[in-house]
Design a protein around this ligand. Structure first.
Ligand code: AP5
Length: 217
């Protein structure tokens, strides 16, 4: 099963992808996570991407397409992939179609998580993650079970994303509206787009996502 999760920053794509990955033995391919790894490693791509990400803009299509194409092959031996944060522009959507045809992979579900802007701001301002294993949390909506200790690996070090500040979030939302929202009709026209209400408890939203993926493949 191969799934695309679409939606604005903070819609819950990463959170839902993690749950799908675990339950259905899929591979989460998050272009945002890949870019952050490149930034951490100090690679040439990471250095280019850092400035763009901190400004809340999109990294050029050619760099993203090359990066994701490499990673698609990682899904071998698993039940499929969850594309989280990709595609984000029309050229990326078209490149993905070509990639899927070339690799003989079928796309099963394109899920758009819908969420209001005021909720997004609250979600992103409270987000933090484990510095060691990357597990994601939220000050209010998903705190660690023991304060200051990661539920998954026991680490006591956490990080906040440098692009979660109010100004960059505004730019990320603008980039979503201008460059990513226009791909929704592309998938709607193919008949593969399904919408999910992203408001509600994490598990409640997951039940809605699961209903879609369990029903159609
Ligand atoms: P990326 O990392 O993809 O960021 P994003 O799309 O802005 O999405 P987020 O990770 O912020 O949000 P999410 O929807 O995953 O929400 P999450 O589950 O974490 O991209 C970062 C940057 O990289 C881009 O700005 C761009 O520069 C570049 N980039 C990446 N891909 C690119 C591409 N394809 N092309 C070009 N450039 C690219 O949830 C957020 C918070 O809310 C968490 O704390 C979570 O615990 C909480 N939460 C989640 N669900 C709920 C719920 N139901 N109720 C309460 N809290 C919840």
């Amino acid at each position: 099963m191969n799934v695309i999760l679409l939606g604005p920053p903070g819609a819950g794509k990463g959170t839902q992808a993690k749950q799908l990955e675990e339950e259905f033995n899929l591979v989460q391919l998050s272009t945002g996570d890949m870019l952050r790894e490149e930034v951490k490693a100090g690679s040439e791509l990471g250095q280019t991407a850092k400035k763009i990400m901190d400004a809340g803009e999109l990294v050029p299509d050619d760099l993203i397409i090359a990066m994701i194409s490499d990673r698609m092959d990682q899904a071998e031996g698993k039940n499929g992939v969850i594309l989280d944060g990709f595609p984000r522009t029309t050229p990326q959507a078209e490149a993905l179609d070509a990639m899927l045809t070339e690799k003989n992979i079928q796309l099963d579900h394109v899920i758009q998580i819908e969420i209001a802007e005021e909720i997004i701001v609250a979600r992103l301002s409270g987000r933090f993650g484990c510095a060691k294993c990357g597990a994601g949390y939220h000050d209010e909506f998903k705190p660690t079970q023991i304060e200051g200790v990661c539920d998954d690996c026991g680490s006591t070090e956490f990080i906040r994303r440098s692009d979660d500040n109010p100004e960059t979030v505004r730019n990320r939302l603008a980039a979503y509206e201008k460059q990513t929202a226009p791909i929704l009709p592309y998938y709607a026209a193919k008949g593969t787009l399904q919408k999910v209400d992203g408001l509600g408890e994490i598990d409640e939203v997951y039940r809605r996502v699961k209903e879609i993926v369990s029903g159609g493949s």
